[in-house]
Design a protein around this ligand. Sequence first.
Ligand SMILES: Nc1ncnc2c1ncn2[C@@H]1O[C@H](COP(=O)(O)OP(=O)(O)OP(=O)(O)O)[C@@H](O)[C@H]1O
Length: 325
Amino acid sequence: MSEILLEELDHVGPATAQKLNDAGYNSVEAVAVASPSELVATAEIGESTAAKIISAARSAADIGGFETGDFVMQRRMEVGKLRTGCEEFDELMGGGIETQSITEMYGEFGSGKTQIAHQLAVNTQLPKEMGGLDGSVIIIDTENTFRPERIEHMVAGLSHKFEQDFDPAEFLKNIHVARAYNSNHQILLVDAATEMANKLKNTDKPVRLVIVDSLTAHFRAEYVGRGTLADRQQKLNKHLHDLQRFGDLNNASVIVTNQVMSKPDAFFGDPTRPIGGHILGHTATFRLYIRKSKGDKRIVKLVDSPCLPDGEAVACITTDGLCDA
Ligand SMILES: Nc1ncnc2c1ncn2[C@@H]1O[C@H](COP(=O)(O)OP(=O)(O)OP(=O)(O)O)[C@@H](O)[C@H]1O
């Protein structure tokens, strides 16, 4: 990320910098990739000023351009796989949840998205030979669903599974949780996450997982009605790009949850369509549709992945956490 502040750009005075900040454009990069009409609408500045600001931001920003295939290959070779605790689920994902990718879990209320997210927050901390990423975790919690007790249960579950004494307190110490109070706050927390990740970068527990649970709840509550759809998608899109960048820079997995509409008759179209619609579909690299089955069983369906066949896995959610059915 560039060290240059917005107010240091040509054509940006303190008042405009403040407006841009309030609208969620808090870095030179964010402005550089915005469109003039976006800035006009959100920061209340004229079209020609907007264009000048964007052009200044583009010259100043540290925006990645082209890179050679061997470099891309090298980065791909560093991709880690985070095991879920359920073998069938891991197989479905080609060995586990990938780092440097966004994995979206969508499903109805109570389908188990938050439970799986908790389990991944625990597993990430395990050493690689146990299926973890030897890292720490950042959770952006939008609905107050993080439960430290569940982490304790799941760590106890791992102790049974690996016949080894894991200390739940140690696991809790490596999970950094922030409540997001609205969508703008949620977007800003990715910057805070970047700061945290930079701090932990050279420790023995660098950040290897970021969870946004729920990705879409605030956006859905704040942008109501068809007229606001474009704005909502634009903001969500920016947020997802920030998250993807975070994943790339930190070799971290990004998990986002998304509730699907549960009252089919109240909406148009397929009731199981996730809320973010098209933009989310194209940005999330792996999309998992989670649904409840009999008892504690859950069906995990992989939907359009770039390099894996679509398919389904059955997993169980128990007090000890996620396990084989
Ligand atoms: N301690 C536990 N032991 C066993 N199962 C549990 C436990 N806690 C929660 N569950 C299971 O997880 C379900 C809740 O799942 P979860 O909160 O992950 O849903 P969600 O998909 O995140 O829903 P929402 O969209 O409302 O956030 C419960 O209905 C229950 O079946």
